[in-house]
Design a protein around this ligand. Sequence first.
Ligand SMILES: Cc1cc2nc3c(=O)[nH]c(=O)nc-3n(C[C@H](O)[C@H](O)[C@H](O)COP(=O)(O)OP(=O)(O)OC[C@H]3O[C@@H](n4cnc5c(N)ncnc54)[C@H](O)[C@@H]3O)c2cc1C
Length: 397
Amino acid sequence: MGVAIIGGGAAGYYAAICCKHFHPEATITIYEKTNKVLSKVKISGGGRCNVTHDCKYPSELLKHYPRGRKALKKHFKLFSNYHIVQWFEKKGVTLKVESDGRMFPISDDSQTIIDTFQKEIQHLGIHVKIKTPVIGLQQKGNKIELEFKEGTEIVDKVIVAIGGSNKESNYSWLADLGHTIELPVPSLFTFNMPGNPISKLMGVTAHLVSVDVVGSNFKASGPLLITHWGMSGPAILKLSSLAARHLYQLNYSFELAVNWSGAMGESAIRELIIEGANKQIKNYNPLNLPQRLWDHLLSKSAIDATTKCSELSKKGKNKLVHTLLYDLYKVSGKTTFKEEFVICGGISWDSVNRETLESKSVDGLYFSGEVLDVDGLTGGFNFQAAWTTAWVAGQLR
Ligand SMILES: Cc1cc2nc3c(=O)[nH]c(=O)nc-3n(C[C@H](O)[C@H](O)[C@H](O)COP(=O)(O)OP(=O)(O)OC[C@H]3O[C@@H](n4cnc5c(N)ncnc54)[C@H](O)[C@@H]3O)c2cc1C
């Protein structure tokens, strides 16, 4: 059986390895359009490769996928973070867990992952052809004909693992075959707030805030980092992912509301201020925010920082409560988060058999990785989706 894997990224490599495991007789070739394979693995996780996330149960993993969750549910029960960790261990790569649950090779070097894959591919006799973009394919009886810039090739099965792209044209040959393409747009980015005085506090982190896109139901919570261009950190990245398509439609121009207390309500904040009694509001800092941020919020609320809590005017108190709970920021544009970004959208789940990941329009054609309409939050979830879908597609069921 001749199997072609289109795309030499994480999903393509792992699909090839799994395919050889399930079909030892198969002759497998990976076709990669550029002159480098596994290039995203190399730069991933800031060069350390955040391979997966330490979740105890598949149900916990699932919560981190704004798109593709339903389709992954069954597959995570059979192949989850646990299985990929085991696989790497078997190949001699120990993964460590960081305090936030992210898992990296103990070498802290993505090259360890690349070397492991390259060694395994060689050992299994899987062929790799670089600088060989596939530009189209056609069903020919029960076989598939691949089209290259020069020439064609007939194979029995194909796994498409071309990754995500925000250029719709990169999917056009798949759309021509009858697959629906969900509009590809970026996910996992930070927010630009040009000229906003908050950027003077760059480097300051508030440890638990909640943020929401005004006028929508999209909200997220977690740490927030103030940058020289606006805001970043887990809460912002999560919101960018949840609202990826909505923010694209708004052309990344919208109002962001920040609740600096995390999840507290108005009456709880008012209580806290009352409890401050004779303390100076500057030193009291009831939410334990970084001092520079607290000073900034007091000044934004037009409050004299030396005022005692009990002497705050009603108007001052109202303004402060409002600033703490509903602090508005104008966002204009986004910045790529260098550690990890992905594409939301791609091959629609309606175009594939969710059990096998086989195309509904071309027999013997399968999909794995980011080319599918699946993407996760930052933290190793995107690679996990690549490993799991590669394991499913590689079975060629
Ligand atoms: C900077 C950065 C850091 C990241 N860090 C992390 C991280 O630490 N943890 C995590 O979980 N996720 C991370 N991600 C996301 C993760 O890298 C992707 O989700 C993952 O690589 C998807 O794997 P894939 O194989 O589906 O696609 P890709 O890795 O994009 O591979 C697709 C391959 O197919 C090739 N190709 C495309 N079209 C064709 C064609 N027509 N013919 C032949 N070949 C073709 C491409 O050149 C590419 O090599 C990061 C992403 C970026 C951009």
